[in-house]
Design a protein around this ligand. Structure first.
Ligand code: PEP
Ligand code: MN
Length: 421
């Protein structure tokens, strides 16, 4: 009897502990899955996007590809005068807007379909290929009828999937290269979505045009470049050509050369520049267009960069330096992991003693100390601040998990909902 009793108690205790153990494990797994974004969901960096195999729009051995022309085609004479001068400079593609998306009504809305004949004259007289902006089905049909070589989708159209789809439907089956500007707002998915819509029609010759993003923060640019977005786009689609429309990024001539060179340093494929024979009399984007001599001067100053080289000595030295960086990155990760481990221990300790997680004085002290140390070590304020804030945020999240049994808040507010995960 007592043996049965013992076995009964033993079995009960065993299964109870097993149950508690499994429950605990499940809880922690749930906490990981629900509260900590998984690698795939943690950041759009890891998202699975459709694979697209682009073909180059511009077959050119050396870079940059030069796209230039007025913001708007105004008169036949202005178009031809600009095109002749640009052809003499060896430009690859002549641009001119004929349907202009203007912010307010009443401004010059483009010369319309009549200007397609002017573009035809440009082709015949100069041999230049021509490009114009299309924003709806009617623009596409008319431009195709008149033999425009390349079409571009403007920033105000990329934001609207209905318009992009309408353009895609009208293009169906036509083999023409399309340039797709980024949307006005900093939304990489919207940019990619527009590219996908065009790609799905069977068009493979697509290039992305980076023209900057409107922002509520005043910057020296008309449209903030936010280089991280095109950098990420190129990481996902390495064979997608990227053109920098530095005119719309800068909004003023003084900045053009600097931004153009920055784009080439980042391995962009080409530049789109607004050039006008007499910018101060232009009918649109007067402040940002440059004269033909200024354009000539600017392109002379540019230095093209190659993605790689066959210079063995360079490649060896680069490999050596990169392997040092790889080691350091690993050390950084190990150090971060060790640091977070300690944050977790602090969390346990605070919990035991009912102490709040956030300690403003301590955070301020850490920040000040590291800013001082970092700047004297030659690091930029923005780097140290960004890194420390990320570490502090993660440390709080760790402690929150310890205190709540699961993470309660995410300071950046960018946490994905469990549904998305
Ligand atoms: C343009 O290229 O003239 C234009 C209207 O550009 P975005 O769509 O970049 O504003
Ligand atoms: Mn313009």
């Amino acid at each position: 009897m007592s043996l049965y009793c013992f076995l009964g108690v033993f079995t009960f205790v065993f299964f109870k502990s097993l149950f508690a153990f499994v429950q605990e494990k499940m809880k922690s797994l749930m906490a990981v899955n629900l509260c900590r974004p998984t690698i795939q969901a943690a950041d759009c960096l890891y998202e699975n996007m459709a694979t697209m195999n682009f073909k180059p729009v511009f077959e050119k051995q050396y870079r940059p590809v030069l796209i230039a022309g007025p913001c708007s085609a105004e008169t036949e004479e202005q178009v031809l005068q600009t095109a002749r001068a640009l052809a003499a400079l060896g430009v690859d593609l002549f641009r001119a807007g004929i349907w202009k998306p203007r912010t307010r009504p009443g401004a010059f809305e483009g010369a319309g379909a009549q200007a397609l004949r002017w573009l035809q004259r440009v082709r015949q007289e100069t041999g230049l290929k021509v490009a114009t902006e299309v924003a709806n089905a009617q623009h596409v049909s008319e431009a195709l009828k008149q033999g425009v070589d390349v079409l571009w989708i403007g920033a105000r159209t990329t934001v609207n999937p209905f318009f992009v789809q309408e353009i895609a439907d009208t293009l169906g089956g036509v083999n023409i290269p399309i340039l797709i500007k980024n949307p006005v707002n900093a939304d990489l998915k919207l940019w990619i979505g527009a590219i996908e819509r065009i790609y799905k029609t069977g068009i493979e010759r697509i290039a992305a045009v980076h023209r900057g993003f409107s922002s509520h923060v005043e910057t020296k640019f008309r449209n903030a470049p936010l280089w991280q977005l095109p950098i990420e786009l190129k990481r996902r689609y390495p064979n997608l050509q990227i053109i920098c429309d530095h005119s719309h990024i800068c909004g003023r001539p003084e900045l053009l050369a600097e931004v153009a060179q920055a784009a080439l340093n980042l391995n962009y494929d080409g530049l789109m520049t607004e050039v006008h024979p007499c910018p101060e009399q232009a009918w649109s984007d007067r402040e940002q267009q440059i004269t033909l001599p200024a354009y000539e001067e600017m392109i002379k100053q540019l230095t093209a960069r190659q993605l790689t080289t066959d210079n063995e000595e360079f490649l060896r030295s680069l490999d050596f330096l990169r392997s040092r960086i790889d080691d350091m990155d690993e050390q950084l990760i190990e150090l971060l992991a060790a640091r977070m481990e300690i944050s977790g221990q602090i969390g346990e300790y605070k919990k035991l003693n009912n102490i709040s997680i956030y300690q403003p004085a301590r955070w301020n002290e850490t920040l000040q100390h590291c800013l001082q140390k970092g700047t004297s070590a030659g690091l930029s304020l923005s780097l140290i601040t960004a890194v420390l804030k990320a570490i502090h945020e993660e440390s709080i999240a760790r402690q929150m998990e310890v205190m709540n049994g699961r993470k309660g808040i995410e300071l950046s507010g960018t946490e994905k909902s469990p549904v998305e995960i």
